[in-house]
Design a protein around this ligand. Structure first.
Ligand code: NAG
Ligand code: NAG
Ligand code: NAG
Length: 489
């Protein structure tokens, strides 16, 4: 793949000369110096050991124990890939593929079984120290997420992310993590996909499955942002000497406007503002996107409410939250067409956005209903981030292809086409993309799809006692791709 495009680039550069400056020079098939390639996982999806050595329960442990039918084949994360015991096999796989970076998450209830710092589980602290040491010993840089959805159950019992006190409790947990690992970890993600976390309060697609649509999601989102802001300020005050860089991992499926009418163009923009913007705008510009404020306030009023369903930050909170990401973590899987139109439950975030989002029937389907393959959407998401938030360094923190264990060739296509779009964003659009972490290094527990849907470039034999890891073709493809396209330091 690389040689023909390099050759073509050279020929065009020679024959076209200065005539068409949109043509990238040949070197643009290479990634910039220092570009990081890595792979991602999340604690609940890979670790298992759900109650091992003093770990407390999370809302996912509890919800799936009480409602096994919630997940395909009644699967859960009790054992998963058993990375709690076999993390060295994960690191070996990362090393073999040749990644420079590993993005994983810390399970809050593994280190703080009650969610509070009054009781620290030393075995949990030791586990993550071992993972980090194993990575560093193999020349792999850790990128650590503090929250990938597994809230300690005792904190859900006081309302979880609906309770304003959660912001301080999260900050105390983060404080302990910075203090414990901060001399070794320089890249931090506070919250992974705050929108999905909020969705667990506003919808039924994630624990705690509260279905408070149009209210619970906004309130949870508000407290997630308050927690993030406080944590960032704490890091600045207490840990800036560690020299780490903090972000959130933002998510969303951007929309292409259905037509070029002003209505559809505005609708496609709202699609962005109500997803990436919902969390990105406050941390980069100090408050919710103006269009989000306007639409939710207007709908709330029309419903006869005396307060908006979208909470207001105090002046002090705005100052605390504004300017609290050093880089932009971008999770991208899929995109939509978008046009004006109120759809979804009433009230709900979707309905407030007044965007009718739909898949193109011609985009290839995948093993999961929530995504189709549309590589151009990655470039669109990156462009929108640049347009809205300026030239902040971007790391694609998740991107990957699901199958039933049968379409690894399509996974290779997915990576190849998405990486090509990312290169265009870097070279043609001049956007500061500094890294890419695919999802995922290993097949793992894919939330509601259980183990039926596989995102790994490494296969896991879930029936074997050692959860044997075997590199797939896509892993070797990636190994080769990095060798061909990566400029060494
Ligand atoms: C956020 O900070 C920026 C840069 O200091 C400033 O221009 C902007 O007005 C602030 N936003 C709010 C809502 O205060
Ligand atoms: C809003 O209405 C609720 C009852 O619907 C009432 O309890 C509350 O005091 C009102 N708040 C304001 C600020 O008027
Ligand atoms: C599983 O791992 C243990 C400990 O590393 C090892 O002794 C054993 O031989 C392995 N079993 C298999 C089937 O690979």
């Amino acid at each position: 793949m690389w040689f023909p495009s390099l050759a073509l680039g050279l020929v065009l550069a020679v024959t076209a000369g200065q005539c068409d400056d949109r043509l990238p020079p040949a070197s643009h098939t290479m990634f910039p110096k220092g570009f990081k390639f890595g792979a991602s996982t999340a604690a609940y999806q890979v670790e298992g050991g759900w109650d091992a050595d003093g770990k407390g329960p999370s809302i996912w442990d509890d919800y799936l124990h009480k409602h096994p039918d919630y997940i395909k084949n009644r699967n859960n994360g009790d054992v998963a890939d058993d990375s709690y015991h076999f993390y060295k096999d994960d690191v070996r796989a990362l090393k073999e593929v040749g990644f420079q970076t590993y993005r994983f998450s810390i399970a809050w209830p593994r280190v703080l079984p009650n969610g509070r710092t009054s009781h620290i589980n030393q075995a949990g602290i030791d586990y993550y120290m071992n993972v980090i040491d194993e990575l560093l010993a193999n020349g792999i840089e850790p990128v650590v997420a503090l929250y990938h959805w597994d809230l300690p159950t005792p904190l859900q019992e006081i309302g979880g992310w609906l309770n304003p006190d959660i912001a301080d409790l999260f900050t105390e947990y983060a404080d302990l993590m910075f203090q414990t690992y901060g001399d070794k970890v320089k890249w931090w993600i506070t919250i992974n996909e705050a929108q999905s976390v909020a969705g667990g309060y506003g919808g039924d697609n994630a624990a705690p499955v509260l279905n408070l649509h149009g209210t619970g999601d906004y309130l949870a989102g508000h407290n997630l942002l308050r927690a993030h802001g406080k944590t960032y300020r704490l890091y600045q005050r207490k840990y800036s000497h560690q020299g780490g860089k903090l972000s959130m991992a933002f998510c969303g499926a951007p929309c292409f406007p259905t037509t070029q009418t002003p209505e559809d163009i505005a609708a496609a923009d709202r699609c962005f503002q109500f997803s990436f913007g919902w969390f990105g705008h406050p941390v980069l510009k100090g408050d919710y996107p103006p269009v989000m404020r306007e639409y939710v306030d207007r709908n709330s009023k029309a419903e006869g409410r005396n307060v908006s369903r979208l909470p207001y930050f105090t002046e002090e909170e705005i100052r605390e939250i504004n300017g609290t990401v050093d880089w932009f973590g971008l999770n991208y899987y899929t995109a939509y067409w978008g046009k004006e139109g109120a759809v979804g439950a009433n009230p709900s975030v979707d309905r407030d956005s007044n965007v009718n989002k739909y898949f193109d029937p011609n985009w290839p389907a995948t093993a999961t209903t929530w995504m189709k393959v549309i590589p151009q959407g990655l470039r669109l998401a990156i462009q929108k981030v640049r347009q809205e938030f300026g030239n902040i360094p971007i790391i694609v923190t998740e991107n990957g292809y699901p199958d039933h264990g049968d379409l690894d060739e399509k996974r290779i296509d997915y990576f190849e086409t998405h990486l090509a779009e990312m290169r265009q964003a870097i070279y043609e659009d001049g956007i500061n993309v500094i890294g890419y972490c695919l999802w995922s290094i290993i097949d793992n527990f894919e939330w509601r799809d259980g183990y039926t849907v596989k995102f790994g470039i490494v296969e896991v034999d879930f029936n074997s006692p050692n959860k044997t890891r075997t590199l797939k073709k896509s892993a070797y493809w990636f190994q080769n791709y990095m060798a061909m396209h990566k400029l060494l330091e």
